[in-house]
Design a binder for this molecule. Structure first.
Ligand code: ZN
Length: 569
């Protein structure tokens, strides 16, 4: 796709307009502020600059232009984000979207998953009588099967493989789809198929449940990590329930596919399934885009309850609110609703308890008061957010009738050692590199300075890798420097892109370009001098080294006779 089309798409989609469709933006001075949609935070450190048409989070570091925002937020590819924004601005884009190799490969894998989903569904309807029977026995309605595109993998080693080839899919790519074993056999055989959608609605993975208990293999076989799917990053059902979650402002989190489907069928359309008992940080962040309030609705047995407590601890740690629903020991959400109905489930939800109270009243997990407290203290110590930690401290104290001091004494020590460790491992070197940063800032704010800089120094004067990288990019794209949003689209490395955005949003330094150049050169020559001195120490009679040393000294003198002999580090 032509760069000028991309530029036009960027130009015609005002970044403030676009982002404010996703999250509320607040005006502060000449910029806009918000709570960052990419990490969890209490205070707004996400800045959008209408003047520069870029955004930057000073908490997690994410930054970019209007395209990267849509890409990151919707979890879609670069061409898809372009398409969306083009449509938004009424720009007609030809279907030649094969601009970036990696993205077109991802798009192809998405397409393969779409075809596979259709194939499994067709199998279920046409050849899946035993699978349909199984689903009917479990009271899964036909409309649910249709809505969530459940399917059936035949007891065949090459069914899907051949079907894809018939659909003009190149055989070479199949090995990277996660749908086949190393011997090119279908990974899913004789299994009920549950497609897992990303939050933007694309099928990115499958879970396959075995049909007969006697079959070999685990109860569930799941897709491995691929270019379009990272295990533990998605929540089953979220695509269909995200709007209700945001409208009702709370989400129910259950464990498995059938729990989810049962809840959904019974009107609990604000549910998701974590697919496995350990809720991951990225799942919590994903869900946190739609609400701050979560209910853990895991199995009622000891392991389900323990997992719910662990997950609740993680949720608290990220600054969200969470309650736990304690189902009877022998139930999961699926069986509970089947046996007691939706109304009774709602009553259970209404009776959900905060973590400390849930543990205090629990009789299933099987630990005494001391054990319960030790679980809670462990959770307390995992929490980084100080407000969240304070709230849980109070909660534990009140629930268990302890003094707040007694509870907080359990955490302080650990916290202090944690801080000390991080201080020790991160020496504050940064101030020595302000010159590197400053020179980049000056060029960003005034591109005509680049020529002067390039005449005097090259990238080897940058000792910090990331700044050196940015300087190189500037050298290659100096003609784009007056259009930072367009330049950002050309950078593949996320970290470098984030840093460039950050620099673009920072103020120009007060130092002059001459001062900074002198500082950078002086530092470089002192570094060389130091190295030569060390060599001379090893080889004092080597006249070549002495000559080199003299050269460097001369250079230093040339820079500026008045340069004070301050060692720059
Ligand atoms: Zn952030």
């Amino acid at each position: 796709m032509d760069q000028h089309v991309i530029d036009e798409i960027i130009e015609r989609n005002d970044i403030v307009d676009v982002i404010s469709n996703y999250i509320p933006l607040k005006k502060t001075g000449s910029n806009f502020k918000a709570r960052c949609p990419f990490h969890d935070e209490k205070t707004a450190s996400f800045i959008v600059s209408p003047k520069k048409q870029i955004y930057k989070c000073f908490g997690c570091g994410k930054g970019g232009n209007v395209i990267t925002y849509v890409q990151e937020f919707e979890k879609i590819s670069f061409p898809e984000a372009l398409k969306k924004l083009a449509a938004r601005a009424g720009i007609t884009v030809k279907q030649s979207m094969q601009s970036k190799g990696k993205d077109s490969k991802r798009d192809l894998i998405y397409k393969i998953y779409e075809i596979a989903t259709g194939y499994f569904y067709k199998n279920l309807v046409e050849h899946g009588s035993s699978a349909l029977e199984y689903l009917a026995e479990r009271d899964i309605k036909n409309e649910t099967i249709k809505k969530f595109k459940l399917g059936f993998a035949l007891n065949s080693y090459g069914g899907l493989h051949n079907y894809l080839l018939k659909n003009d899919i190149n055989e070479k790519i199949l090995a990277t789809t996660g749908l086949f074993t190393s011997k090119n056999n279908d990974l899913f055989r004789e299994r009920i198929m549950f497609p897992i959608h990303s939050s933007s609605g694309k099928v990115v993975a499958f879970g396959g449940r075995k049909l007969h208990e006697s079959q070999s293999g685990g109860k569930y076989v799941n897709s491995p990590t691929t270019d379009i799917y990272t295990k533990g990053n998605e929540l089953y059902g979220l695509f269909d329930t995200k709007y209700t979650i945001s409208k009702k402002d709370h989400a129910l989190i259950c464990e498995g596919y059938t729990d989810f489907l049962r809840l959904y069928e019974n009107g609990f359309t604000n549910s998701v399934a974590s697919l496995g008992t350990s809720l991951t940080d990225s799942q919590i962040s994903l869900l946190g885009r739609f609400s701050d309030n979560f209910y853990m609705l895991y199995d009622g047995d000891a392991s389900g309850r323990k997992a719910a407590v662990r997950a609740a601890g993680k949720i608290l740690g990220k600054g969200y609110n969470v309650k736990i629903i304690g189902l009877p020991k022998a139930d999961d959400p699926d069986s509970y609703i089947r046996n007691n109905g939706a109304k009774s489930m709602q009553e259970m939800i209404d009776k959900a308890k905060p973590i400390a109270e849930f543990l205090k009243d629990d009789e299933v997990i099987g630990v005494d008061k001391k054990g319960k407290l030790s679980v809670l203290f462990d959770i307390l110590n995992e929490i980084e957010d100080e407000v969240a930690q304070e709230l849980l401290t109070q909660d534990i104290a009140e629930t268990f009738g302890l003094s707040g001091h007694a509870v907080s004494s359990k955490i302080r020590k650990k916290r202090r050692t944690f801080k000390k460790e991080t201080e020790d491992t991160e020496p504050s070197k940064t101030e020595h590199f302000t010159e590197e940063r400053d020179i980049l800032l000056l060029i960003i704010n005034n591109q005509s300075l680049y020529k002067k800089v390039a005449q005097e120094i090259d990238s080897s004067y940058f000792l910090t890798g990331k700044y050196r990288e940015i300087y190189k990019i500037m050298s290659e794209h100096i003609e784009d420097m007056d259009n930072i949003p367009a330049l950002i689209s050309k950078i593949d490395n996320d970290g470098i892109r984030d840093l460039l955005t950050e620099l673009s949003m920072s103020d120009s330094p007060t130092q002059t370009i001459d001062d900074i150049l002198i500082a950078l050169k002086t530092r470089k020559f002192y570094t060389n001098l130091k190295a030569i001195n060390a060599e001379i120490l090893n080889d004092p009679t080597n006249m070549e080294l002495h000559a080199k040393k003299k050269e460097i000294k001369k250079e230093l003198l040339k820079i500026n006779k008045k340069v004070v002999r301050k060692t720059l580090y």
